[in-house]
Design a protein around this ligand. Structure first.
Ligand SMILES: Cc1cc2nc3c(=O)[nH]c(=O)nc-3n(C[C@H](O)[C@H](O)[C@H](O)COP(=O)(O)OP(=O)(O)OC[C@H]3O[C@@H](n4cnc5c(N)ncnc54)[C@H](O)[C@@H]3O)c2cc1C
Ligand code: SF4
Ligand code: SF4
Ligand code: SF4
Length: 566
């Protein structure tokens, strides 16, 4: 005999202004198995939770249904409250009467109340069949993989190793450092970035807990949070591979510049004196500012901002975020190096958000006399060996043609080549532009949606070095949070196989979208990897022998719920 308590929350007026909560509690009073019902203004508040705890103790409840908001909001809260009162937390269920009823059915309070009664009653039927369960515990391999040896990967690797855990750092190029290795002075303080970068590379390569593999790629990936298996291969020797046991992964694969060849309208790839911004960085770091065509010092240099960015119809739709700032840096550096030279910057608008960033751009204009022209460049042509930049000065309201010895395209930053393949391999999603997607744009900015895999740096979106380092340290902190746990706790509401009924037909193996099932090699029996199982129930649907069920979501429970609702 069950003794279930039903607690209906008003959620202020969120629920109570649409649903007649007293009618719901009244209707549930007579539902089979229900021993106690009540309603309260805010069930998740301290007094609300006390109400639940007291009722469990005093009425000796052996099951609880909370009719309130989505389980993603407060399932854990109420399960903890029940556990504190001595009730197994898996004997608690949430009936979502806010997101699924009161909010979408505001215009139909009568029907909403009827629907609430049906849903809460069905949840009571489910709880009646719920077994008391204990969470599963899984071991954790305390070794991290960092993919990408730019400043993001170097920082994450060092932070994790310094905290005492081993790290495998995989970089596909021959050297560490990423794009930062091609930069000289950095905005906004104009300090040389090569020294601190080299110090960080030295610290990583000398670290006893960091194993660095350059010229290496991740070629296979399996497992789940705390227990991944990763195969790496040297770029050139495709037969030679190594397997590694890994607990957490930081993806720091950085960015590439949009190919200038795609910008035919600007002569990209056609005119050698139309170069990209990293080529200009190379000129600054070597101290040789020369036109590629004839080796002369350019006297008129034009920077074209938003080259390939903010162009949804033809190129990339987004703002690449870093180019306004590095253009101001490069144009100022050019003016310092060639004082009688002229620097022009075509821009749509200046995006210089950050500490001291706007002042830095103003200095370029006022102190270095860089000429900023507000307008988009329509095309770049070459006439009698001379480059001509066609644009508009929208502030002066006229079209412009500027002669240039050299044109620098501030090209869009794109996801690095092959990062989509890597994302598929490790089962991490990408956004609409191909960058690695975070789990939540505000609340979980360094986690991917795959547990145990984190993202850092420009692999997620164009970022400058300061932001990249902050995010890399954030990702490392998440890895350390995982490694600090004595073991991993997993939900026990997973699929199980009844050995007596399973004939080993294997139908359930391909049905599982999470690769959680396989046939045991030693006998004809399906097995479930509890760490991978997401309780979707697809295996239970295809099993003809009813040999597989999901704990606390059995066929009997589902049928009982349907009977009540229908
Ligand atoms: C022209 C220019 C000037 C700039 N100037 C400044 C400046 O003055 N100040 C500033 O703060 N920022 C500046 N930046 C921005 C700066 O370059 C970035 O913030 C920084 O490089 C981001 O670091 P990252 O590690 O995320 O990416 P990256 O530097 O791109 O490093 C990523 C690394 O991952 C590796 N990799 C990629 N895919 C794989 C894979 N599948 N397997 C293994 N390894 C892989 C790559 O080879 C690379 O080494 C500038 C950028 C440009 C283009
Ligand atoms: S950062 Fe500036 S130059 Fe780069 S895309 Fe955005 S607005 Fe254009
Ligand atoms: S479908 Fe059912 S009977 Fe067939 S292997 Fe899977 S659990 Fe066993
Ligand atoms: S419940 Fe879903 S995820 Fe779990 S084993 Fe079955 S099919 Fe796979």
């Amino acid at each position: 005999m069950t003794s279930i308590g039903v607690f209906v929350c008003h959620c202020g007026l969120n629920i109570a202004s649409t649903i007649d909560v007293q009618r719901v509690t009244g209707a549930l009073r007579d539902h089979p198995g229900v021993a106690w019902t009540t309603d309260y203004k805010y069930m998740c508040s301290d007094p609300g939770q006390t109400l639940v705890r007291q009722a469990i103790r005093e009425r000796k409840l052996d099951g609880v249904v909370i009719a309130a908001c989505s389980p993603s909001m407060h399932e854990v809260t109420f399960r903890k409250a029940a556990q504190a009162a001595g009730l197994n937390p898996y004997r608690v269920e949430i009936a979502n009467i806010r997101e699924q009823i009161s909010w979408p059915h505001r215009d139909a309070p009568e029907a909403a109340t009827e629907k609430a009664i049906a849903i809460v009653s069905a949840m009571v039927d489910k709880v009646r069949g719920n077994e008391p369960l204990t969470p599963l515990t899984l071991p954790i391999t305390r070794r991290a993989l960092v993919v990408g040896g730019g400043i993001a990967g170097l920082t994450a690797a060092l932070d994790i190793a310094e905290a005492g855990y081993p790290v495998l750092l995989v970089e596909r190029e021959a050297r560490l450092g990423g794009k930062m290795a091609r930069l000289g002075t950095l905005y906004t303080d104009l300090d040389d970035g090569r020294r601190p970068l080299q110090q960080r590379i030295d610290a990583v390569t000398a670290h006893p807990r960091i194993e660095v593999r350059t010229h290496t790629q991740v070629t296979a990936f399996d497992g789940y949070v705390g227990n991944f298996t990763v195969e790496t291969r040297p770029a050139k020797e495709s037969d030679l591979h190594t397997d590694h046991e890994i607990g957490a992964v930081v993806l720091a694969t950085g960015f590439d510049l949009y190919p200038k060849e795609n910008l035919g309208e600007y002569g990209g790839g056609r005119y050698v004196d139309v170069i990209d911004s990293l080529q200009f960085e190379d000129m600054l770091t070597t101290g040789r500012i020369r036109r590629p065509s004839d080796g002369r010092v350019p006297r008129q240099v034009v920077w074209v901002q938003c080259a390939g960015s903010r162009a949804p119809e033809r190129h990339r739709p987004y703002c690449s975020k870093i180019c306004c700032m590095y253009t101001a840096k490069q144009a100022s550096a050019y003016r310092r190096a060639v004082p009688d030279g002229q620097a022009y910057v075509f821009y749509i608008d200046i995006r210089s958000q950050g500490l001291g960033y706007d002042e830095f751009v103003q200095q370029a204009i006022e102190e270095q006399r860089v000429i900023y022209l507000r307008g988009k460049v329509s095309k770049i042509i070459r006439q009698q060996g001379q480059l001509e930049v066609w644009g508009a000065d929208t502030l002066a309201g006229k079209s412009l043609r500027v002669h240039a010895d050299l044109v620098v395209l501030a090209l869009a930053a794109t996801p690095s080549a092959g990062s989509d393949e890597l994302a598929r391999l490790v089962r991490v999603s990408t956004d609409e532009n191909g960058f690695l997607a975070e789990a939540h744009p505000k609340l979980r900015p360094v986690e991917s949606l795959t547990a145990g895999i984190y993202v850092a740096g420009a692999a997620q979106f164009p970022k400058d070095i300061r932001e990249t380092i902050a995010q890399a340290s954030g990702a490392a902190a998440k890895v350390l949070e995982l490694f600090a746990q004595p073991e991993m706790i997993a939900e026990p509401t997973v699929a199980v196989v009844n050995e007596r009924l399973c004939v080993g037909c294997g139908l359930c193996v391909p049905a599982c979208p999470y690769d959680a099932r396989e046939l045991a090699p030693w006998k004809k029996l399906a097995t479930v990897n509890a760490a991978l199982c997401q309780s979707c129930g697809a295996c239970a649907v295809v099993c003809r022998n009813k040999a597989t069920t999901v704990r606390n979501l059995t066929t009997k429970q589902v049928l009982a719920m349907l009977e009540t609702i229908l």
